[in-house]
Design a protein around this ligand. Structure first.
Ligand SMILES: Cc1cc2nc3c(=O)[nH]c(=O)nc-3n(C[C@H](O)[C@H](O)[C@H](O)COP(=O)(O)OP(=O)(O)OC[C@H]3O[C@@H](n4cnc5c(N)ncnc54)[C@H](O)[C@@H]3O)c2cc1C
Length: 424
């Protein structure tokens, strides 16, 4: 069986791996020049390890991606980096029941109420009823008004912007239920893991075409044709892993009711400014800092080298300044220097020792389909892996639910769609 796969992110890699392992002839088409998609990265001269374009880590219960890493023989590092929250009067560690108990911004009663609600979410596996209610309403009633105002509202507003009141409570549940205290990271970076999976696929006689954008898909006889830059190749089956509206745009012959329904799925983009520094930036060896001040122009600061040692990166300290934004936000037209200029006054407020002298280099990375928005009753709005065109399958980030999107679910869904293709 000849299978075409569009996209070499972790969904496409997983589907290609399991199909090629089962003996299918697999060809992967990727518009970029490396595997890994949004979890891919880059290797600066003099670094031993690659760095993700956007901050990435794994939870220790991410069994699908950890299982695949084990299968291809890739080492995973486990650690306990610190997560904290910034308010204009300081940084508060906030990553365990004990640190919540010490969180002075809430009264003891509110702390206990928030802790009890989080403990309940951690043990309750029943998410389905929660998709009927908005997170905001759910958190307010369960954890109290103060907890919502201080801890959660700034994060929702900064992460989801105009959709912050509409995200369903199953999404919130998944964030609490799934998070582990320890975090994991592939040795050498996610790009290195992606390369290892790519190598296995090639050993299984799979092929990769990079810098090859698929322009058009159509049914041709009993097969599916993939058109790239004037060249047409036909396949018994095709798996498309790109965002749903892009899939609809390039596919000929989808019924109108399908296109109209799924064209409406909403996503926010992500922008990460990456700064290489000659010194640590975040005080207290923090890895992750949520920025809970609404007038700051970013939602989080992640100091990657407070999790993975700077020695892998020529002793440079690597900092992400992260944002989730609508596709038409002005920052999508900013270059790295303009963003750095915009963010510098705020970076100085968080650490008054921050100065231009510390900076070695800056990069900016932008992706427009970074965070799907899950409204109430979202399970009714998820497209199936099977599409109305026989032999053509859709498997992408917008089908990950109720979990928040992540490489673990990309691998899980990639494997499921591979099994479906093999059975079909
Ligand atoms: C800011 C940020 C932080 C994140 N943090 C984490 C984290 O800590 N842990 C974690 O596990 N996950 C994290 N994620 C999520 C994770 O990156 C994604 O869930 C995962 O990479 C999705 O993989 P995918 O293969 O489904 O999609 P993608 O990675 O988007 O892959 C799709 C691929 O298709 C290619 N493509 C698009 N159009 C075409 C075309 N027409 N022709 C050919 N190729 C095409 C794209 O170039 C891309 O490589 C994060 C994401 C972002 C944006």
């Amino acid at each position: 069986m000849k299978v075409g796969i569009i996209g070499s992110g972790f969904t496409g890699l997983s589907a290609a791996y399991f199909l090629s392992k089962a003996g299918a002839d697999v060809i992967v088409f990727e518009s970029g020049d490396t595997p890994g998609g949004m979890a891919g990265g880059f290797l600066n001269k003099s670094w031993n390890w690659s760095l993700e374009n956007h901050y990435h880590h794994l939870f220790t219960n991410d069994i699908s991606v950890l299982g695949l890493a084990k299968e291809v023989g890739h080492k995973i590092i486990i650690g306990s980096p610190k997560t904290s929250t910034y308010f204009d009067d300081g940084i508060y560690q906030f990553d365990s029941p004990l640190t919540l108990l010490k969180f002075e911004k809430l009264s003891l009663l509110d702390r206990l109420r928030t802790g009890a609600a989080m403990a309940f979410l951690k043990v309750n596996p029943f998410w389905k009823p929660l998709e009927k209610v908005a997170s905001e309403k759910f958190i307010r009633s369960l954890m109290g008004e103060k907890s919502w105002k201080f801890i959660w509202e700034p994060l929702f507003v900064k992460k989801f912007g105009k959709y912050s009141g509409d995200v369903n409570a199953a999404w919130f549940w998944a964030r609490i239920y799934k998070r582990t205290m320890k975090l994991a990271y592939p040795e050498g970076g996610f790009l290195s893991l992606a390369r290892k999976i790519e190598k296995e696929i090639i050993e299984n006689r799979g092929k990769f075409f990079y810098n090859t954008r698929v322009a058009f898909l159509k049914k041709k006889g009993g097969k599916i044709a993939i058109v790239t830059d004037g060249k047409t190749q036909t396949f018994d089956k095709v798996i498309c892993t790109i965002p749903t509206d892009k899939f609809i745009e390039i596919t000929n012959g989808l019924p109108k009711n399908y296109s109209n329904k799924y064209m409406e799925l909403k996503s926010l983009g992500a922008i990460n400014l990456v700064i290489s520094l000659n010194k640590r930036y975040l005080p207290g060896n923090n890895y992750w800092l949520n920025v809970n001040e609404l007038d700051y122009p970013f939602v989080s600061i992640v100091e990657h080298t407070n999790f993975m040692s700077a020695s892998h990166y020529n002793n440079e300290h690597l900092l992400y300044i992260g944002n989730y934004l609508p596709h038409n936000h002005k920052y999508f037209s900013y270059d790295a220097d303009s963003l750095l200029k915009e963010f510098t006054p705020y970076l100085k407020k968080i650490n008054n020792k921050f100065s231009a002298k510390m900076i070695k280099k800056v990069w900016v990375f932008k992706d427009k389909y970074a965070q799907p928005i899950v409204f109430k009753n979202h399970s009714k709005n998820i497209p199936d892996f099977n599409t109305p065109i026989e032999g053509l399958f859709l498997c992408n980030i917008q089908q990950v639910y109720p979990w928040d999107r992540g490489t673990n679910y990309a691998v899980e869904n990639g494997k499921k769609v591979a099994e479906l293709v093999l059975k079909s």
